[in-house]
Design a protein around this ligand. Structure first.
Ligand code: PEP
Ligand code: MN
Length: 340
């Protein structure tokens, strides 16, 4: 529920309401606006009668949260969440790009591409060390050795790293190296993993399952927030449709829809959605125009020899072109807004 305080409610009255709610087990999110304070509270509403919040000093009204997801919803928290990774902000108004290979394949491959994506303007380095593959015979990742190469690449380039956590048993290892934990599309509804990830202090990139509705995706994010981790980014990476020409169908409608329903930042992954490098530039433009806060793009020094997802990987040269193109798009969007 949402507790709207009177515009002249004092700090003591606000504290009093918050304390009472916490006493009966509610999770609290405080939004202190210029006009008034709004208190978001998630818990068992049956206990509300005992508390009689509406009658407390300084309370203007109590509103129920109507959505099945609570902490993730705009009803609970109206202002955009900005996820901070060092001094990089996701959701703060500036487009950020995460880039790198699908999988860490070798020290040389990773360090080469890390320097290349950095010089093209990427803010975050991606690379999988544990690879969940459709076939058990495909390359499964370098595991801890791969994480060490990622840490070395961060040391050299200064780029923070995003890498996938595939299960709870490897989570402590991932936390030792990663700046952002990626929960992959296949694990979006692995609720036991989500509960463990929620206990960490790492920002999370939560990919949408190819078969998940927007509501199921937001409910998965709710596990993370309800479990104590507010630093969640939602990543649209393509859903299944009847058309098999592209690997998946990039659901760009999800960007404005999710930003309307939730305060969490939205990241778009055109590489996994399309599965073909040719269309990555165009759909990156479209994602930014649709309101994405960040993109995650696969780049490989030599896609023809990639051990994983070569057909969708950009060469560093093509990635550089995409980055220059995106500067034009973001400037045009900013100019458009300023001229209104
Ligand atoms: C990836 O980012 O390398 C990946 C496996 O993505 P997804 O979980 O979206 O398939
Ligand atoms: Mn991949």
């Amino acid at each position: 529920m949402i507790i709207v305080m009177n515009h002249d409610a004092n700090q003591q009255e606000i504290d009093h309401v918050v304390t009472r709610l916490r006493q009966v087990g509610f999770n609290i999110n405080l939004s202190e606006g210029v006009e008034r304070t709004i208190i978001g509270a998630v818990g068992e509403c049956a206990k509300l009668n005992d508390v009689a919040i509406a009658a407390m000093a300084g309370v203007e009204k109590v509103l129920p949260i109507t959505r099945p997801y609570k902490m993730v919803s705009r009803e609970f928290k109206d202002e955009d969440t900005v996820v901070k990774i060092g001094d990089i902000e996701i959701g703060g108004g500036d487009l950020q790009v995460m880039a790198g290979p699908c999988a860490v394949e070798s020290r040389e491959q990773l360090l080469t591409v890390a320097k290349q994506v950095k010089s093209a303007g990427a803010a975050i380095l991606r690379g999988g060390a544990f690879k969940p593959r459709t076939s058990p015979y495909s390359f499964q990742g370098l595991e801890e050795e791969g994480l060490k190469f990622l840490a070395e690449a961060r040391e050299i380039t200064g780029l923070p790293i995003v890498t996938e956590v595939v299960d709870a048993s490897t989570l402590p290892l991932l936390c030792k190296y990663a700046d952002i934990l990626q929960v992959g599309a296949r694990n979006m509804q692995n609720f036991f993993l989500l509960r463990e990830v929620a206990k960490t202090d790492k920002p999370v990139l939560l990919k949408r399952s190819p078969a998940a509705t927007v509501e199921e995706w937001l409910m998965a994010a709710e596990y993370l927030l309800a479990g104590g981790n507010p630093n969640v980014m939602l990543c649209e990476r393509g859903i299944k449709s009847f058309d098999t020409y592209t690997r998946n169908t990039l659901d760009l409608t999800a960007v404005p829809v999710v930003k309307h329903l939730s305060h969490l930042p939205v990241v778009v992954d055109p590489s996994h959605a399309i599965g073909n490098w040719r269309f990555v530039q165009t759909m990156s433009r479209a994602a930014v125009a649709a309101g994405a806060d960040a993109l995650i793009i696969e780049v490989h020094p030599n896609p023809a020899e990639a051990l994983c997802d070569g057909p969708q990987s950009l060469t560093p040269k093509k990635f550089d072109r995409v980055m220059r193109d995106l500067q034009v798009i973001t400037a045009a969007l900013k100019n458009g807004l300023n001229s209104k």
